[in-house]
Design a binder for this molecule. Structure first.
Ligand code: ADP
Ligand code: MG
Length: 614
């Protein structure tokens, strides 16, 4: 099936081809626009530096103000090796600088990624300041302190008997353009790989990315390390370009300039930093030299920045993309998905009802809790719950608002640690296990309040969940194409058809009707092929028609699955479930067949009172 391939590969080669063409033409075009070769070379170094930063910020959603640390570290390592004659090959020194920066990235990432949001950003600032200090004082003997390292040689290319000494100007441009091209090709591969897709999912909704079974923290560390490697490589090139490794590569200004250039060019585009650097450096040259503004040029630049960020939220590239889309859309082709209704829908049975990596079936209950309790401060949300579900069962859980139903589910999936008690899944103790690990074992849930990847399309959402099932919690298949993940496309398409969203597969989540979002929410849980699926109020907030559709969906998915459904809509639940458990004030009040529960006096008093009286 080619849908997944189409989605991730459609415009693959043209981008690389256009980049190569653009880089080849630049020396013939840019001088006419007033760019000196030295400026163009600096733009390439900044652009390469920014590719990694954009993977980190634009794709993964992690704003780092500490990239100067890796830029400086990579540059200093390469320059030190070359200026002390420890290494004669410039390329080898650049590679070692890149590796050194990546290792520093791992160490810094392990610390900084303990926090998220503004605290993460602040830690990166603090760590970059530490690097700056270390460069200047303790390591001054190696880094040259405030003098930097002069005498960095330009590369000499030797192929067979032929050797070519690179010099400044357009000769250096050729070398840097080749480096940039390699950098962008690698980044494009990463972005189109399963890891790239997971990074965007983490940016959108880290909680759900984890809940569908991805080791979110490790993927963040991967992005951080890649960003550091790009920074280190670019830092090495800076030294080579200038023949001198400047200590100011380590300053906060460097990090700040990178962030601003990326914002100007377009976050999440990979080419944004290059375009941003071109604007920045062009304005600098123009305003400083031509208009003689001296250091006041930053005032104008600041204005440009504010205007751009206010009016083009996705930067120059994002703005251009929006423009193209606006003109292309009215006459554009209709979605191929919608135009191909005749394609045979995969049979419902073809979607693995329970995941394949489950070993020999456990003879006892699928799920069992013993004395499960949870308190929040003084409030006991769950009290001594003993609960068990048999294979193939469809269990209903009811209880008034605040009875503790959602809390109970959160403990089962590992989102909340119980205060007391044990949880056994297929006989295995999973108490306190991480939510991603629990999902990998085959237990997941759909949320009471939608937890979707809101900036992705319907299909991309399902792909994210299915990837966790196909690849496990963590894999570094950075160069693998999405259509090379075995069984992925089939799994995605059958999940889409199961939840009735095939026709809507290429629609962004933001454009879905509420009922469709609810079904996608269930689809995300289904796509990980759980052997036990928990559904937290799947019918909440639906119109009667959407409700009927979803009840039918629940009837469809029950075959071959074990389900536990928390629901307020009792008519629906009494129709669907074989057994009902009633929770009241955090404890189990009653359990039995729907008819028994309806007759139970305690239940009537606690929950059905109004209904029974009527
Ligand atoms: P239900 O899903 O049955 O409506 P919940 O499990 O959401 O109930 O909540 C049960 C009780 O626990 C409520 O009183 C709620 O306010 C409380 N509660 C739930 N989550 C938290 C939390 N994270 N911190 C404090 N109290 C909570
Ligand atoms: Mg709830």
């Amino acid at each position: 099936m080619s849908a997944v391939r189409r989605m991730f590969r459609s415009r693959a080669w043209p981008i690389e081809g256009m980049t190569a063409l653009g880089l080849a033409l630049a020396p013939f075009v840019l001088p006419h626009l007033g760019f000196a070769p030295g400026t163009v070379n600096q733009i390439l170094v900044w652009g390469l530096f920014g590719i990694g930063f954009d993977l980190l910020f634009g794709y993964t959603g992690l704003l780092s103000f500490g990239q100067s640390a890796f830029y400086g570290a990579g540059g200093m390592i390469a320059a030190y090796l070359l200026t002390n004659n420890l290494m004669s090959s410039v390329l080898a020194a650049l590679v070692l600088g890149t590796i050194g920066a990546a290792l520093a990235g791992v160490l810094v990432g392990v610390i900084a990624l303990r926090r998220t949001g503004i605290y993460f950003a602040m830690i990166t600032v603090a760590i970059a300041e530490t690097f700056y200090f270390i460069e200047f004082s303790p390591l001054a003997a190696w880094t040259g302190g405030e003098n930097g390292l002069p005498g960095v040689p330009a590369p000499k290319l030797e192929i067979g008997g032929f050797s070519y000494q690179i010099e400044n100007g357009w000769s250096m441009y050729g070398f840097l353009a080749a480096c940039y091209f390699i950098g962008i090709v690698v980044a494009l591969r990463i972005v189109r790989s399963p890891v790239g897709a997971i990074l965007t999912a983490i940016r959108d909704n880290p909680l759900r990315a984890r809940a569908v079974g991805h080791a979110v923290w490790r993927y963040k560390l991967t992005a951080f390390t890649i960003a550091a490697a790009y920074a280190g490589f670019a830092g090495g090139l800076l030294g080579v370009l200038q023949g001198f490794m400047p200590p100011d590569a380590f300053t906060f200004d460097t990090s700040g300039q990178l962030v601003m250039q990326t914002a100007i060019g377009g976050v999440g585009t990979l080419f944004g930093p290059l375009v941003g650097a071109a604007v920045w450096l062009y304005l600098r040259d123009l305003l400083q030299a031509t208009f003689g503004l001296g250091s006041a040029w930053k005032l104008i630049l600041g204005l440009v920045f504010v205007l751009l960020v206010c009016f083009l939220r996705r930067g120059l590239i994002g703005g251009a993309q929006d423009l193209i889309r606006r003109f292309a859309r009215p006459s554009g082709p209709v979605s191929e998905e919608a135009a191909a209704p005749g394609r045979s829908a995969p049979s419902l049975a073809s979607l693995g009802a329970s995941r394949g990596r489950e070993q020999a079936p456990f003879p006892g209950p699928v799920l069992e809790t013993r004395g499960l309790s949870k308190s929040f401060g003084g409030l006991t949300a769950n009290r001594d719950i003993n609960f068990s579900v048999q294979r193939g069962e469809m269990r209903g859980v009811i209880g008034p608002n605040g009875a503790g139903k959602s809390t109970f589910f959160k403990m089962l999936t590992g989102e909340l640690a119980p205060s007391a008690g044990r949880i056994l899944f297929h006989g295995r103790d999973i108490t306190g296990m991480d939510v991603a690990a629990v999902c990998q074992l085959g237990l997941t849930k759909s949320y009471q309040v939608n937890q979707l990847f809101t900036r992705l399309t319907v299909r991309q959402n399902i792909v994210i969940a299915a990837l966790a099932e196909r690849r496990g919690m963590f894999a570094l298949d950075l160069m693998r194409r999405m259509d090379r993940v075995p069984g992925l496309a089939t799994q995605v398409e059958s999940t889409l058809s199961l939840v009735g969203l095939t026709e809507r597969a290429d629609v962004p989540v933001a454009e879905l009707a509420y009922g469709e979002k609810r079904r996608l929410e269930i689809g995300l849980a289904l796509a990980s092929s759980p052997s036990l699926l928990l559904l937290d109020e799947p019918l909440a907030g639906m119109s009667p028609r959407e409700r009927a559709e979803t009840v039918q969906l629940l009837k469809n998915i029950r075959h071959g699955r074990t389900l536990v459904i928390v629901e307020h809509d009792m008519d629906a639940l009494f129709e669907l479930a074989e057994r009902i458990t009633v929770l009241h004030e955090g404890a189990v009040l009653a359990e039995g067949a729907p008819a028994e529960i309806q007759r139970n006096r305690l239940v009537q008093e606690a929950y059905l009172g109004g209904v029974a009286a009527a």
